[in-house]
Write a protein that binds this ligand. Structure first.
Ligand SMILES: [Mg+2]
Length: 158
């Protein structure tokens, strides 16, 4: 894998960004993908741990901005429900909106990390714009993966 697609860190999901991680990396802002990073693709409800995690981030003074290639309706509805900043139609991997998102939070890109599940859009763009790039496992694929395993077990024992 060429370096330009290599994340700076790889985590299971957003909940791994906890108080210790925030302190260790001196994070003041999180720029984050939406689909399959915070919620399954095009599902209105977030991952079950999202609201607790969000309050923890707010308590720590960490600012959040969603940066999504999805359209305005989807991104706005999700972000406004949770009271977080957002940029829809972000054209990742273009660097422009990553820098813009840090600006929305009144932070520099060096004070932010980026969370996303896709190498060629999320991670590539974060690397281009100088944001610490964190790759997470896609939520949707992961549940599909478990569903597939479950089906196989069901077939086997059924
Ligand atoms: Mg995604």
């Amino acid at each position: 894998m060429p370096r330009k697609f290599l994340p700076d860190d790889t985590l299971r999901d957003f909940t791994c960004v906890d108080a210790e991680y925030i302190r260790k990396h001196r994070i003041r802002g999180i720029l984050t993908d939406l689909d399959d990073t915070l919620a399954e693709h095009n599902r209105p409800q977030p991952h079950p741990a999202f609201e607790t995690w969000l309050s923890e981030m707010k308590r720590l003074g960490v600012r959040l901005c969603i940066l999504s290639n999805n359209g305005t309706n989807r991104t706005k509805a999700f972000a406004e429900r949770h009271g977080i900043a957002y940029i829809p139609n972000a054209y990742k991997p273009r660097a422009y909106y990553y820098k813009k998102a840090a600006g929305v939070l009144n932070l520099s890109v060096q004070e932010c990390i980026f969370l996303g599940d896709q190498l060629f859009t999320d991670i590539r763009g974060a690397k281009k714009s100088g944001v610490f790039a964190v790759k997470v496992q896609p939520l949707g694929n992961r549940s599909n993966f478990f569903i597939r395993i479950k089906r196989r077990l069901e077939d086997f024992y059924g």
